[in-house]
Design a protein around this ligand. Structure first.
Ligand SMILES: [Zn+2]
Length: 374
C-alpha cells in the first residue's frame, strides 16, 4: 500500500469485546447446557441477551441461539490440547499486525476448523459470517445499531483522523469524506469468509475505495495461509516504507502511448515480499505469464495510457515550449515546467502526482520539450 491509516479507538470495539468474552470466558469453559448464568461475569452482555430473549425478534433469537449452539459444540470437545491450540488461533486471528509481519504465526481458517470439528465449524461460521453487514444481529438497538449508528459514527471519526481523501491501498482513487452523504465500504483485510473470529475486529476493517475492494482485492487472502504464508503490509502499521516508482520511456510516441512504450517499476527494497503481496492483491503492477505474455496490466498503466492523463500532462508543458519565440519565453516555459513539477510534490500520497512527475521528468530528460526558435 502507499501509506497506512491511523487506527482510532471507538465504542464500536465493544462488539469485539463481547465476542472475546464469549470465547475466553464462556465457550472455552463450556460444560452441560448453555443458560444465561454462564454470562454472569459480563453483566452488560447478560442483560442484553436477557432483553433479546424477552423481545423475541429474529435477530435477537439468532444471536442467543448461535452463542448457545457454539457453547454446546465446545462442550462436546474432550481434547484439551485442541482447546489450548484454539486459544492461540483465536489470539492470532485477531492479531492482524503480527500475522502480516510474522510468517511463523499461524492463523486458523474455516477449512482447518472444519477438518477437526466440523459441527463446531458450522456453529462458529453461522454466527461469524453474519456479524458484519445488513443482516447482523448487532444492528439491534440493544447493541447500539451497527449499520445505522455505530458504523456511521465510526466512519466520521475515522475520516476526521484519516483525512487524506485518498485510498491508501492504491493511492489514486478518492475515499469519501464527511461532507458527502456516501461512504466507502469497509474491507475485511483478512477475508471473513476464510478466517473465523475477526469479522468485527476493527484492526481487520478499514475503508477502501470501490476499485480496490470489489474490483481487485475481493476475497483474496493477503497472508495466503493455505498456498504458503506470505508477508503483507498492515493497514494500521506505524512504520510503512516509501513505495518508489521509476519510469522510463522506450519510445517518443507520447500522443498514443501503449504499455509497450515505457516501463514503470514499483519498488520497496526493504519490504520486497510485502510489496509483491500488495501488487498481487490489488493488481497494481503488470503480471506476466511464464511464456512472457501479459496476463494483466497494472492499474497505474491506466494513468499513462489514458489520453486524458499522460498525454494531456505532456501537451500542457509542450505548448509552452512550442510557442516560445524568444529566450525570455523559453525561460518562462522552463519556469512553468518547474512549477508543474513542484505542484506534483505537494501531496506525496497521491500516486497520480508521483507518476505525473516521473513521466514529465523523463520527457524532459529525453529532450521532448523543445522550443522551435530558428
Ligand atoms: Zn483504492
Amino acid at each position: 500500500m502507499i501509506f497506512t491509516y491511523r487506527y482510532i479507538k471507538h465504542d464500536i470495539e465493544k462488539l469485539q469485546e463481547f465476542l472475546d468474552f464469549l470465547f475466553y470466558d464462556v465457550w472455552l469453559f463450556a460444560e452441560g447446557t448453555f443458560n444465561f448464568s454462564k454470562l454472569d461475569k459480563n453483566d452488560e452482555l447478560k442483560k442484553i441477551c436477557e432483553k433479546l430473549e424477552l423481545e423475541d425478534t429474529d435477530w435477537g433469537n439468532f444471536f442467543n441461539g448461535r452463542i448457545a449452539w457454539i457453547y454446546d459444540e465446545f462442550a462436546k470437545i474432550d481434547d484439551d490440547n485442541f482447546k489450548l491450540e484454539l486459544i492461540d488461533y483465536y489470539h492470532n486471528n485477531n492479531n492482524i499486525e503480527a500475522l502480516c509481519s510474522d510468517k511463523t504465526l499461524e492463523p486458523i481458517g474455516y477449512s482447518k476448523l472444519e477438518a477437526k470439528y466440523s459441527d463446531l465449524e458450522k456453529a462458529i461460521n453461522s454466527l461469524y459470517s453474519k456479524l458484519y453487514g445488513s443482516d447482523s444481529p448487532f444492528n439491534l438497538d440493544a447493541f447500539g445499531q451497527l449499520s445505522k449508528k455505530l458504523l456511521q459514527s465510526h466512519y466520521k471519526a475515522f475520516i476526521d483522523k484519516n483525512n487524506d481523501g485518498i485510498c491508501p491501498f492504491c493511492g489514486v482513487n478518492s475515499i469519501d469524506g464527511n461532507i458527502v452523504s456516501t461512504k466507502d465500504a469497509y474491507d475485511h483485510y483478512l477475508p471473513k469468509s476464510i478466517y473465523p473470529f475477526s469479522s468485527i475486529n476493527f484492526k481487520n476493517l478499514s475503508p477502501m475505495c470501490y476499485k480496490c475492494n470489489s474490483g481487485n482485492k475481493s476475497t483474496n487472502d493477503p497472508i495466503e495461509h493455505i498456498k504458503g504464508r506470505k508477508l503483507a503490509f498492515y493497514p494500521y502499521a506505524d512504520n510503512h516504507p516509501e513505495i518508489e516508482f521509476s519510469f522510463q520511456l522506450l519510445s517518443n510516441n507520447i500522443k498514443s502511448l501503449t504499455p509497450s512504450d515505457y516501463t514503470l517499476s514499483i519498488n520497496a527494497p526493504s519490504n520486497i515480499e510485502e510489496l509483491e503481496t500488495w501488487k498481487r492483491i490489488f493488481k497494481t503492477d503488470r503480471k506476466y505469464r511464464a511464456n512472457g505474455s501479459v496476463e494483466y496490466y497494472g492499474r497505474y498503466d491506466e494513468l499513462i495510457c489514458n489520453k486524458h492523463k499522460a498525454k494531456e500532462w505532456y501537451e500542457d508543458i509542450y505548448d509552452y515550449y512550442e510557442n516560445a519565440k524568444s529566450i525570455s519565453e523559453i525561460e518562462d516555459a522552463e519556469k512553468y515546467y518547474k512549477k508543474v513539477i513542484k505542484a506534483t510534490t505537494r501531496n506525496p500520497k497521491s500516486v497520480e502526482n508521483t507518476i505525473k512527475r516521473k513521466f514529465l521528468e523523463e520527457c524532459k530528460n529525453k529532450g521532448l520539450f523543445k522550443a522551435n526558435i530558428s
